[in-house]
Design a protein around this ligand. Structure first.
Ligand code: HEM
Length: 204
């Protein structure tokens, strides 16, 4: 049994959320642009950005497994379909038939906001299908696929591990979620301990 395993319902990962974190009262566009990786960043850049937050390679590969649910806009991956490296060719690490299926609703121009499942195989199930998609070169974002193809054997091995063993993925995911939740909390009188996570603050 893993220390962070708080067995989720219906076979999903679960964990005990430490309470009392002081969070910012507003969002920061600058902070997010500087600190959060972009979907077209290279793997070394993504690794560096995670490291700056105290998150290692295991955290990176495990947390990205959250892309087993949710959507992406066309604009976040368009360049992979048409002109990945500026040579007018699609991303050769993207399965050609998957790319062809994406193009009609994500044309060269227009349709920017059209939504696509990050995991089209089991879009509503939190499972390890994301990693199986990567092995089939069907990761939607470049930042997803590079975990396998970005030239780092450690991230590639973790993709293979999580694709083969959902329990290990869940255990690592739960541990890394707690770790991510502990990144540089505000202290003293700064920010607030949220009592209502649904409250929206429009400070920007
Ligand atoms: C290298 C790091 C990451 C990159 C580059 C990245 C990038 C993205 C992008 C581009 C989208 C689609 C947004 C859009 O087009 O509007 C997305 C969606 C999403 N991401 Fe990430 N992400 C990263 C890490 C994470 C992490 C650490 C988590 C949580 C543990 C996460 C959870 C999600 C979820 C749940 C969605 C779907 C949102 C929705 O359906 O509304 N991502 N991500």
């Amino acid at each position: 049994m893993y220390a962070y395993d708080h067995s989720g319902e219906y076979g999903r990962p679960g964990w005990i959320v430490p309470l009392g974190r002081r969070d910012s009262r507003g969002a920061s566009v600058q902070g997010s642009n500087n600190d959060i990786p972009a979907p077209n960043n290279t793997l070394p850049t993504i690794i560096t950005k995670f490291k700056l937050q105290g998150l290692d390679i295991v955290d990176l590969v495990a947390l990205l497994g959250s892309h087993t649910i949710g959507d992406s806009r066309c604009t976040s991956f368009r360049q992979r379909l048409y002109n990945q490296t500026g040579n007018g060719l699609p991303d050769f690490t993207l399965d050609a038939s998957y790319a062809a299926a994406l193009r009609p609703r994500c044309p060269r121009s227009g349709g920017d906001q059209n939504l696509f499942f990050l995991d089209p195989v089991t879009p509503f199930r939190f499972d390890n299908q994301y990693y199986k998609n990567l092995l089939a070169h069907r990761g939607l974002l470049s930042s997803d696929e590079v975990l396998l193809t970005g030239g780092n054997p450690a991230t590639a091995e973790l993709v293979e591990l999580y694709a083969a063993d959902q329990d290990i993925f869940f255990a690592h995911f739960a541990r890394s979620m707690v770790k991510m939740g502990n990144i540089s909390p505000l202290t003293g009188g700064n920010g607030e301990v949220r009592t209502n996570c649904r409250r929206v603050n429009h400070n920007y």
